[in-house]
Design a binder for this molecule. Structure first.
Ligand code: F0G
Length: 435
């Protein structure tokens, strides 16, 4: 197969996909993308990624690998708006958990799988906190185009996700250590064996993930919201979103770029510390690399490792840090951290007021709430929170939260299961109690 490089051989910096837009025939209006959606028999038009194909024009149509990703919804939720502190019609949830593998990763994986096919890859791999592996595995199993090997940290993956990799037939390597360890190892192995790497270090992944923003804009009639709020782990999404907005603006498809807030878990807050506490900035590309080195050296010296119940974003060294800094500059962004307790309360509110999400996704909602409390987001601004993964990815977190003695104890969102005798009268009594 052809060689696929993800980083510059000289400086190690990640590569970017850049287009000569002058050679791309763009539709005259973004409404044309939506019109394609009704053409359901053409898999490219039905895909929530490829119906925007002119905005990621790297693949000939016959090379596209699609499994029907991106049929997701943007919905306004008054219940969650109330929790966040916004006017009832001002909060929107982008449900990326409705993708085939249950997370936003399918948006990026369709693009990576397409590129893998273009260069004739037979074997693909990734390291994962669970969702990337589930996504890669389902692309492998449904298309049969390539084998899949997934590296996961030991004991660091929610069962819903692990079960997917196993069920879809991926070779699953449980590596001693955490996600960061697994990512270093898989990059080494892929380079040595010329295996196609599908982590978000792969720039084509990010090309696909831009489509999440296209669909958000479409849901709002191409009238950009005031804020996009997204959880931050390896920072692939935030990087992709910034690139999407910069390109759309350049192409004249939007006239205003929303602000973006990236939300870390307090226990995995590298970006928050660097950006908000140390003032690290993109600086038009002149990033203070020494400051980042010092930060990681200190992290290692103190033996500090990421730890959060939101296992999807339990990451120490986000590989897309630089691209994310660029995206924060593009979007005049902000970074915040939220505790596991805040994440779980927000998750329960999303469950009670919507389709639910996994813990990492709820960080976006908890973060939006914090930003409203701070006054950085005004009550009548339009805010979109990206719900990155389905609630069933991590049912254990949900059941523990609602169980007696769980983290939800005393919270308004707690929904304790009631133990009741299998007896008609007792059941009627309980129903009387709830009115
Ligand atoms: N939310 C969910 C549900 C995730 O699975 C991830 C990342 C993120 C948020 C963070 O997104 O990396 O783009 O900042 N999961 C990766 C994985 C690391 O292996 O599945 P990011």
């Amino acid at each position: 197969m052809g060689e696929a490089l993800v980083a510059c051989a000289k400086c190690g910096g990640l590569l970017d996909v850049v287009y000569d837009w002058g050679r791309v025939g763009l539709p005259s209006s973004p409404a044309a993308f939506e019109a394609r959606w009704s053409n359901r028999r053409d898999p490219l038009d039905a895909s929530g990624v490829w119906r925007f194909r002119e905005l990621l024009p790297f693949a000939p149509p016959e090379a596209v690998v699609t499994i029907g990703e991106g049929q997701t919804q943007l919905r306004s939720s008054s219940a969650v708006a109330e929790f966040v502190g916004l006017r009832p019609d001002r909060l929107f949830l982008q449900y990326e958990g409705l993708n085939p593998s249950g997370s936003f990763k399918d948006n990026g994986m369709t693009a990576a799988a397409t590129h893998a096919r273009m260069i004739g890859a037979r074997l693909t791999a990734c390291a994962s906190t669970g969702n990337t592996s589930a996504s890669l595995a389902v692309f492998g199993s449904t298309t049969g185009l390539f084998g899949t090997v997934v590296f996961v940290g030991s004991g660091k993956i929610a069962y819903g996700k692990l079960s997917q990799a196993l069920d879809y037939g991926a070779v699953t390597l449980q590596i001693e250590g955490d996600f960061d360890d697994a990512l270093i190892r898989v990059r080494e192995v892929c380079e040595a064996r010329n295996i196609y790497l599908c982590n978000s270090v792969n720039p084509f992944r990010l090309e696909g993930q831009k489509a999440i923003m296209y669909r958000v804009l479409e849901g709002l009639d191409w009238n950009p919201p005031d804020w996009i709020v997204v959880p931050g782990g390896n920072l692939g999404n935030s990087s992709a979103f910034g690139k999407a907005f910069a390109e759309l603006k350049e192409l004249g498809l939007i006239d205003r770029i929303p602000r973006m807030a990236v939300i870390n878990a307090t226990g995995a807050n590298t970006l928050y510390r660097l950006y908000e506490q140390q003032g690290l900035r993109w600086n038009g590309g002149a990033v203070d690399a020494a400051a980042i080195e010092r930060f990681y050296a200190q992290m290692d010296a103190e033996g500090r490792r990421a730890q959060t119940l939101a296992s999807a974003i339990e990451i120490n060294r986000p590989v897309n840090l630089l691209k994310c800094l660029r995206a924060l500059e593009t979007t005049d962004g902000a970074v915040r951290q939220v505790s596991d307790a805040e994440i779980l309360d927000a998750k329960a509110r999303v469950g009670a007021g919507g389709f639910g999400c996994e813990p990492a996704s709820a960080a976006a909602v908890a973060g939006a709430r914090l930003l409203v409390q701070e006054g950085l987001i005004a009550r009548d601004e339009r805010v979109v929170c990206i719900l990155t993964g389905h609630a069933l990815k991590d049912p254990q977190a949900t059941v523990e939260y609602h169980s007696p003695g769980g983290a939800g104890t005393g919270a308004r969102s707690s929904n304790r299961p009631r133990v009741v005798a299998n007896d008609f009268d007792r059941i009627m009594e309980v129903l009387e109690e709830i009115g």
